[in-house]
Design a protein around this ligand. Structure first.
Ligand SMILES: [Zn+2]
Length: 141
């Protein structure tokens, strides 16, 4: 398939073995895997099959499917695990192939929401440049 990077551990399949990932679903453009490697029960990865490095580079059919596929995968994971919430994380610094972490959240697990809790004093310096951010226009289908 075009759009593969043989050096990429997700494209060449080495990430599946390394992180003990098992594919549970694919539509040929997206795939969902789960793992026993991490400390969170039911952690899943959603990623494009095509080598797309970062969320800022997603395009094509993967871009138009991203929202519905993410929502469906999170719903299936919530139902399968009974978790109250599915946390969604995208990092990007470790393996340069877009992969979304879907983490069934349970009280006391390793994932936390301190970043968005009330009562944390932040200075204006943490705000992005609003003038530039307001230039955002969502791509419509
Ligand atoms: Zn890749």
């Amino acid at each position: 398939m075009s759009g593969m990077d043989i050096e990429c551990s997700i494209c060449n399949g080495k990430a599946d073995a390394l992180f003990k990932r098992i594919e549970v679903w694919s539509n040929g453009r997206w795939r969902l895997t789960t793992t026993t490697y991490r400390a969170v029960k039911g952690l899943c990865y959603l990623e494009p099959v095509r080598h797309i490095r970062y969320i800022t580079e997603i395009d094509g059919q993967e871009a138009s499917e991203f929202g519905p596929v993410l929502s469906s995968a999170a719903s299936a994971l919530k139902a399968a695990t009974g978790a109250e919430f599915i946390y969604v994380y995208i990092y990007g610094g470790h393996i340069p192939h877009l992969h979304v972490h879907l983490a069934p959240h349970r009280e006391g697990d390793v994932f936390y929401d301190d970043l968005v809790k009330e009562g944390i004093e932040l200075s204006e310096e943490v705000m992005p440049p609003l003038k530039r951010l307001r230039q955002f226009r969502a791509v419509s289908a």
